[in-house]
Design a binder for this molecule. Structure first.
Ligand code: C2E
Ligand code: MG
Ligand code: MG
Length: 650
């Protein structure tokens, strides 16, 4: 039986024209309705009613067309007849619900009052509402409006959600981008663009974790520190220093081309770099990389129009499963590097567990040194400098000693190198200068020294490079109240050569102040004589290693006469260091060396003992000297079979 439409066109017309339904808002598109009814009249009536009230309307006479239209236009409401030929309303409803795209479209069933209509089934199929036929236009409109508005609100909500979601996605993307940029910044060294320490630790941790799973995946770390980089920075400026670091980074990166085992190259900051090696089978492959690094860094860098030479100290660590944290491995690499630097720069050393003790010792040393300065534990000892012909003391070299409360007297070789590396030499050096000037002033006031007696103080390269070095030295001299000619300064060849432009100016300024300058340990550095000639230096001190070689039968005298000749040619005085026996003294006298110091005369003594030697006859301060020989001349009184070596310590 066919469903019939009760409302007539006329009625609908009247209804449509009533104020309630002709309201402008209803005429605007409020939604879209799909009318599905096999009765054409019903469709016509509903079409007219709804379109007049502002709805976009589509119609279908049977189920499959209805489903297609629903998919194509996504109506906000579907008015669905139940009894239709072919597919009935329930089935259409079920199919629409099963398709995600149409699942939420509200469906209002149309059912004839006299037709069997199962409301429960209708709602179970997902109906939103139902209208019985013959329908009243107002009721239809009210129900359509309600469902359509709900649907519109639902869609608006969905759209909002989608927009929100896409905004969230966009934000998330931007955040991720920012995060990855931040991460890149956080993991990259800005100067060299190499990975930084953090990035290296991450990579190393990964490799270490992998090795735990596959113990045959061997790895190693190479840790390197440029030697004396600070000096380059201090003397040539930070820009040149930066250029040099970039150059080092480039050269290291190039080694990656020939060594596939290099997994990561990082700069840790300052002049420290690290390389992570993976997929290696033996230590030889690590050594090969270390050798190449030393090689490539050995080539001069040309920066700011000059050639700069640099070397590196390298620590090597073979990775093993005992390491729990990357930091532990790096600590060991650092220890090995430090040992390489301390023993002789420009080399590599493998880490060995015994090195740890040394590292702990150095850490303790640094702390101890600082408190030693506060506690006045540093003292000066004085070693006489002797006129080798008249055998008279003409001056003293001030040599620092550390009077340790528990370890006793500590010699400079055990802490000066370390003090230089850590910059501690600057306050220490200043303290030494003050003490020396203070002693000189006391001796002068007490009338213990004649007008020419001098004290020679060792000055480290870093001290010379202090911007106010001249002023500081001048202040110390003035405060002590001594005259400048009593102070001699000893500089090593290396400190002069590596920073010559600046040092040259400083030395000239010292000279103008009447402060005399000596080059210490001469012959062990690499001074170009032509360059030395231009420097305002008054004296060369022949290193004791050369004096040590002077034995009666030895033909290794050669270097000492050479140095003495150089000094004479350049109008400089010569002081021979480390004269330990009579043979050496005799030979030096014959070579025309005017001054000397060494255990043959005296070792360094506390100030009071040193000053007490002045004006004493040689037999009282030169071991083995007899009164007889003193009267007859300096070469006569020595007995050749006397054991002189280390006389001072005997
Ligand atoms: P140096 O300036 O070349 O000082 C000479 C060193 O040789 C001193 O060692 C001295 O005791 C030692 N010596 C003297 N005569 C003989 C000898 O006949 N035989 C032997 N075998 N050695 C002799 P010391 O006092 O242990 O000082 C070692 C180095 O420490 C000094 O070498 C100097 O480079 C540095 N030094 C000492 N005091 C200071 C200081 O106040 N400041 C700085 N910057 N360095 C210092
Ligand atoms: Mg010296
Ligand atoms: Mg010396």
């Amino acid at each position: 039986m066919r469903e019939t439409t009760i409302a007539s066109f006329v009625e609908l017309d009247i209804l449509a024209k009533s104020p309630a339904y002709t309201d402008k808002t209803y005429k605007e598109k409020k939604g879209c309705v799909l009318v599905v009814d096999d009765t054409p009249t019903n469709r016509v009536i509903l079409l007219k009613l709804l379109s007049q009230n502002g709805y976009e309307v589509y119609e279908a006479a049977e189920g499959s067309t209805a489903i297609e239209l629903a998919k194509a236009h996504l109506p906000t409401v579907i008015l669905l007849d139940i009894i239709m030929p072919g597919m009935d309303g329930y089935e259409v409803c079920a199919r629409l619900r099963s398709e995600p795209i149409t699942a939420t479209i509200p469906i209002i069933f149309l059912s004839a009052l006299d037709a069997p209509f199962d409301k429960v089934q209708a709602f179970q199929q997902g109906a939103a509402d139902y209208v019985t036929k013959p329908f009243q236009s107002e009721e239809v409109l009210a129900r359509v409006r309600h469902q359509s508005n709900l649907q519109l609100a639902h869609r608006a909500q969905q759209q909002l959600n989608a927009e929100l979601e896409s905004r969230v996605k966009e934000r998330t993307y931007l955040l991720e981008l920012a995060h990855s940029q931040l991460l890149e910044i956080a993991l990259t060294d800005r100067l060299t663009r190499l990975p930084n320490r953090l990035a290296f630790v991450k990579q190393l941790s990964k490799v270490m974790a992998q090795a735990q799973i596959c113990p045959d995946d061997h790895f190693a770390v190479i840790f390197l520190d440029c030697d004396r980089f600070k000096r380059i920075n201090d003397s040539l400026g930070h820009r040149v220093g930066d250029q040099l670091l970039k150059g080092v980074a480039r050269r290291l990166s190039k080694t990656q081309l020939s060594h596939g085992a290099i997994h990561t190259i990082a700069r840790f900051g300052g002049d420290e770099f690290a390389l992570l090696l993976t997929q290696i089978s033996d230590r030889a492959s690590v050594v090969a990389v270390a050798d190449e690094i030393l090689n490539v860094l050995g080539e001069p860098f040309v920066l700011a129009g000059r050639e700069i030479f640099i070397s590196a100290s390298i620590g090597l660590v073979w990775g093993n499963l005992d390491y729990i944290a990357a930091e532990h491995l790096l600590r060991d690499a650092d220890v090995a590097m430090y040992r390489a630097k301390a023993s002789s720069r420009n080399q590599y050393l493998w880490f060995e567990p015994a090195m740890h003790n040394r590292a702990v010792h150095l850490l303790q040393l640094e702390t101890d040194l600082r408190s030693a300065l506060e506690n006045q534990e540093f003292e000066l000892y004085y070693q006489p400098i002797v006129d080798l012909y008249r055998l008279q003391i003409v001056g003293f070299e001030a040599l620092v000693r550390w009077q340790h409360p528990t370890r006793g007297l500590i010699y400079p070789n055990d802490f000066i190198g370390f003090a230089e590396d850590t910059g501690f030499i600057i306050p220490l050096g200043e303290k030494v200068l003050k003490m020396a000037c203070k002693h000189l002033a006391e001796w002068e006031r007490a009338g213990l020294i004649d007008a020419d007696l001098f004290v020679s103080v060792n000055i480290a390269a870093q001290q010379l490079l202090q911007p106010n070095v001249l002023q500081r030295v001048q202040e110390i001299i003035t405060t002590a109240g001594i005259s400048t000619h009593r102070l001699h300064l000893e500089l090593t060849e290396r400190s002069i050569i590596s920073n010559h432009t600046f040092v040259d100016q400083v030395l000239r300024a010292f000279q103008q102040q009447n402060i005399r300058l000596s080059i210490d340990d001469f012959g062990t550095g690499y001074s170009a004589l032509s360059y030395l000639h231009t420097l305002p230096v008054d004296c060369l001190k022949v290193d004791r290693s050369f004096v040590h070689l002077m034995t009666e039968k030895s033909d290794s005298l050669s270097i000492v006469p050479l140095i003495i000749n150089i000094a004479k040619t350049m109008n400089m005085q010569v002081i021979a260091e480390g004269i330990e026996n009579i043979t050496q003294l005799k030979q030096l006298q014959q070579l025309g060396c005017e001054y000397g110091q060494g255990y043959l005369f005296q070792k360094a003594l506390p100030p009071q003992q040193a000053i007490a030697l002045l004006n004493r006859p040689p037999n009282e301060w030169i071991k083995g000297w007899t009164a007889d020989s003193y009267q007859t001349g300096y070469t006569e009184g020595w007995s050749d079979d006397t054991e002189w070596v280390d006389a001072a310590t005997a």
